[in-house]
Design a protein around this ligand. Sequence first.
Ligand code: FE
Length: 252
Amino acid sequence: MPGKLLFDSPDHKVYMFDELTPASAVQSNQFLIVHRGEGVLLDPGGHKVFAKLLSDISSYIPPNNVKYIFLSHQDPDIVASLNGWLMTTGADAFISKLWMRFLPHFGLDSQLEGRLHPIDDKGTIFDLNGCTLYILPAHFLHSPGNFQIYDPVGKVLFSGDLGASLGIDYYEVSDFESHKKYMEFFHRRYIASGKVCKLWARMVRSLDINIIAPQHGAIFKGREMVEKFINWIENLECGVDLLGESNYKVPS
Ligand code: FE
């Protein structure tokens, strides 16, 4: 069967698809949560992933049982295929209110716009066929209008770009220390500041998490590994923390 099963119970399943990205594009993970036969698709990705992901998902549920599409932020590797997904499913899609009016630039048909819904800055909860899912605020990690999903049944936190790693050939972190080098560049350059990392760490410590699943690279599985990641990000200097006058000079 396609993809990887991250959580399995009779009523509730979580799938990860990590092998669908073409070689020239940044590796991206797509996720599907299924609760009693209905699904939410997370960060479905771009056009090159669309046909393969649609086929893979169909192995588990009919595409029309995808009830929701969650878009953590506005980047092309998240939203570019949205028009196709709204055409092939009856799903409603959710994205930060900051990005609503940007998506028509990706080719979203005007007659489908009514199925795209804004998320307010403070986040929200929603119901997937009897399962409550949490949309957590994660602004500036990295996008200014950015959200993550917490699934309390699978105990999975889908962290979007936070925790991303690039250039690896494994899908689950086994040695945190040696994994750090694959995350450092991305977080220093794409994540806005250490202040927001600290605020995020404080928020997620209140949740019962067994897996942190980023949108790029490997997942962090098990309480110990999750704790290591939260401790690392809490103390990371990144983004504007690292900038000074030398970064803002008129090129000659
Ligand atoms: Fe992004």
